[in-house]
Design a protein around this ligand. Sequence first.
Ligand SMILES: Cc1ncc(C[n+]2csc(CCOP(=O)(O)OP(=O)(O)O)c2C)c(N)n1
Ligand SMILES: CC(=O)[C@@H](O)[C@H](O)COP(=O)(O)O
Ligand SMILES: [Mg+2]
Length: 643
Amino acid sequence: MQIPAGELLKNINNPDDLKKLKPEQLHLVCDELRQYIIDVVSIHGGHFAASLGVVELSVALHYVYNTPFDQLVWDVGHQAYGHKILTGRRDEFITNRKYKGLSGFPKRSESEYDTFGVGHSSTSISAALGMAIAAKIKGENRKSVAVIGDGSMTAGMAFEAMNHAGITDADMLIVLNDNCMSIDPNVGALREYLTDITTSPAYNKFKDELWDLLGKLPGKKISRGVAHKIGEGLKSTLNSNSNLFEALNIRYFGPIDGHNITKLVDTLNDLKKIPGPKILHIVTVKGKGYELAEKDQTKWHAPGLFDKVTGEIKKKVFNTPQPPKYQDVFGHTIVELAEQNPLIMGITPAMPSGSSLKFMMDKMPARALDVGICEQHAVTLSAGLATQGMRVFCNIYSSFMQRSYDQVVHDIAIQKLPVVLCLDRAGLVGEDGPTHHGAYDIAYFRCIPNMIISAPMNEQELRNLMFTAQSDNNKYPFVIRYPRGEGVMPEWQTPMQTVEIGKGRKINDGEKVAILSIGHPGNFVQSAIASLKQKGIHPAHYDMRFVKPLDTVLLTEVLEKFDKIITIEDGTVVGGFGSAVLEFANENGYKPTVKIMGIPDQFIEHGTLKELQAECHYDTNAIIEAVEILVGDTSKNRVELFG
Ligand SMILES: Cc1ncc(C[n+]2csc(CCOP(=O)(O)OP(=O)(O)O)c2C)c(N)n1
Ligand SMILES: CC(=O)[C@@H](O)[C@H](O)COP(=O)(O)O
Ligand SMILES: [Mg+2]
């Protein structure tokens, strides 16, 4: 069902339409845009507070810059809903994050206004700098703008990019959108520094003087001489305060109120005339214009569906106790373990709420740390702690762990440090799509020596694996991967027991076909087995628990008994768990027919988990089908099975 847009917004089909409006009409467009985001997200879901916070900025950027010729790069992209709506996707916006609908993030294949695909943070300055350098080399007079939040600015990559930008003459503007928030409150010394700048009287006095000066400039292009003077004035004024960005040779402007559309437009128009790399610091409120979101910004980062009038967030109501989320089991279990073991610490790079490490941070703030959006640092910090005998649980979403690959190899695995790497959101994640699916961790960790790689099939297994990983029995880096969302055990607070490292378990005896699963998809196997039973088909089921070391005793038992095997994993089929089974069979002279089920060798778009698991053919129905084909094995069927 279409959602009506306001009187002005309904006629804005691209930034040229926006540019036809008078400056004094822009605040009305902002009101309408904000309302439209509230209307659509409340019914269709998605990220919320961040886009509300940059409504004025989105309008101002498209009003002032010549997009898409000028290149606008949004960092992370979870705040780019206003940008999408203003750039020809207003009516389609109701399909945001839905299967086959608009992506929740800027995406090059979706629109020419989306100059760079995002989802992971802190890439915008590097990308915009690349665009600016290319423009110079090609002799094109285009401008590049990176919009980056204060949370994303904490990452090493953002600093690497500024370190480079400062020695170039690239025509690039960085807009630092400072709302003092990451998903949870922002952390670290940079956050304190930005707060200092924002509240410092010296900076504010200088800022006013600068705007006066800019106000006196002729309307057209300013000369390099004037720009230089402004720069020099800026430096001398700021040097006494040793401005961080100025020190990197990036001209610093601001802070200004990012909700004052007139000021934003005027400032951006002025900054367009100033050559070289520069940064505009704007101060905004995450959730601006929706009171509840302003008051509880973490809850309203991505609240799910809600009643826009009452603010009630819609939750499914059940009559029976439901299984908890895996992340909550992690969060409660680490507290339980840490209460017993004083050496335990928890580390999260900016996902305390998402990972539920927050439970421990609230109870034991000295032993559970949010280090900002700094996955690489989180891993090496954990390694450092481990050298001192601490038992560290470093919890990182599987797709964000991609950032820390070298740190895992170089700092943890080579030194055989027994850090526990909890990979949350492992497997398909649903609506966030290809940037966020945790598809690769089994494959990318399996090839590293010294690693233990495990995945629990349910809550009890997760608790047991956590218990085992922190115990003195474990001397190795220990990966525990688990998916986004609920497990299967409403009564999940089971007593914890050690699991023998590298030992799987037989869940069902059976005949003709053996199904080997790793992690949560073992539950899909259980439902498939229940259905197949009705048809008189009884495959065996083994939950292998460990991808590395593989349970070779159990695997030999399987290979001796079965020549038809299905493997299933919530990860890529290239080099993952199924590949490990095949390698073992091959090395030991077994030649079974093996069907590997999991995420195929392609990027999987966004949608509900059910839709995506069906598309990838590893849901319950796909397992039933695969077993039936194998049981009635004919050459025709084999074509169906293996393509
Ligand atoms: C590499 C990486 N780590 C973590 C995240 C998860 N994440 C998404 S948005 C966000 C907060 C970003 O804060 P900020 O840049 O200040 O934007 P705001 O939401 O405040 O507008 C985080 C941690 C991510 N997208 N990418
Ligand atoms: C934009 C981003 O990276 C996060 O907001 C992500 O969408 C969080 O996902 P979860 O809901 O799985 O925590
Ligand atoms: Mg922020």
